[in-house]
Design a binder for this molecule. Structure first.
Ligand code: PDD
Length: 287
């Protein structure tokens, strides 16, 4: 079935939606994005994603083309028009299409940002077979740029990282800088040792995950100990449990790192509990 998508103010069948070949998102990866999960036809943590979008745009000097209410309306329209029960809304804003290729930013008075949104359904989102088994990760060097806190569409290296993992029979890669894990290719990374949840602190080295913020809050509310600090690959291999978080995977247990099994090699009790809490609480607060 053809989807209805949103492009620059219009709701269109996906086959009719068009963006210029001069768009700076296409030519220079000059754009940002957000992924908001949909459960029961409702948006999970919409305000968190909206706030981070505003920040990403601000850091790149791109004007936010819509206010919160307008963004919410487009998200809701697309979820309704495409009858999405479980899945996500993807949004992308680029610096627009000035007409010529130029490294210099175009004048925002004459070049408006390009706005694209579309939905993807995923019936296995909540009742995920992967979450029951846990995922295997391999470690790779983190050779990305220095502003990973901005959610840009420069996703070539994360994409290559996933392919490196798959070639080694794993599911995903954790990136490593100066001996410490930064994050997963498209998720934040955590280990659990002696009941303590350990994850890298926020900085320009990692994306400030919206799921991360919620999960750490729920963990603290459930009296779990949280330590925000760097951890090494050796420490991770010696952990009792590990997991990743993102809008599209929630809390996903990690059961193997570079071929070393963690604990029994099955999803651990704390990661499993956190996944349940995250899904229950997010469902209650969905918009
Ligand atoms: N990825 N770190 C990176 C590098 C990411 O790309 C993501 C999200 C996260 C988790 O952020 P959040 O909890 O806000 O989803 C961390 C999205 C889901 C993606 O690219 O599809």
């Amino acid at each position: 079935m053809s989807r209805i998508v949103y492009v620059n103010g219009d709701y269109l069948p996906e086959g009719e939606a068009k963006v210029s070949i001069f768009d700076r998102g296409f030519l220079m990866a000059d754009g940002v994005y957000e992924v908001t999960t949909v459960i029961d036809g409702k948006l999970i943590d919409f305000d968190g994603h909206f706030t981070r979008l505003e920040r990403s745009l601000g850091e790149l000097d791109i004007a936010n083309p819509m206010d919160r209410e307008a963004w919410l309306e487009v998200h809701r329209q697309l979820v309704a028009q495409n009858a999405v029960e479980l899945g996500m809304v993807y949004l992308q804003v680029t610096r627009g299409a000035p007409g010529d290729r130029d490294f210099i930013f175009p004048d925002p008075e004459t070049t408006a940002p390009t706005v694209v949104l579309f939905t993807q359904s995923n019936p296995a989102l909540v009742d995920s077979p992967k979450a029951k088994k846990g995922i295997k990760v391999v470690t790779i060097d983190d050779i990305r740029w220095g502003r990973r806190d901005i959610k840009t569409v420069q996703l070539l290296y994360p994409s290559m990282g996933k392919m490196m993992a798959i070639k080694q029979g794993a599911d995903d890669a954790w990136m490593v800088q100066d001996g410490a894990v930064t994050e997963g290719t498209s998720n934040n990374a955590y280990i659990i040792k002696d009941g303590r949840i350990i994850t890298r602190a926020l900085s320009n080295d990692i994306l400030h995950g919206i799921t991360r913020a919620a999960v750490l809050r729920f963990a603290q509310e459930a009296q779990m100990q949280v330590e925000e600090r760097n951890f090494t690959v050796d420490e991770a291999k010696d952990a009792d449990e590990a997991f990743v978080t993102s809008a599209s995977t929630f809390v996903m247990p990690v059961v193997e790192i570079d071929g070393t099994k963690l604990g029994t090699g099955a999803p651990g009790p704390l990661a499993t509990r956190l996944r349940e809490i995250y899904i229950d609480e997010s469902r209650k607060a969905a918009l």
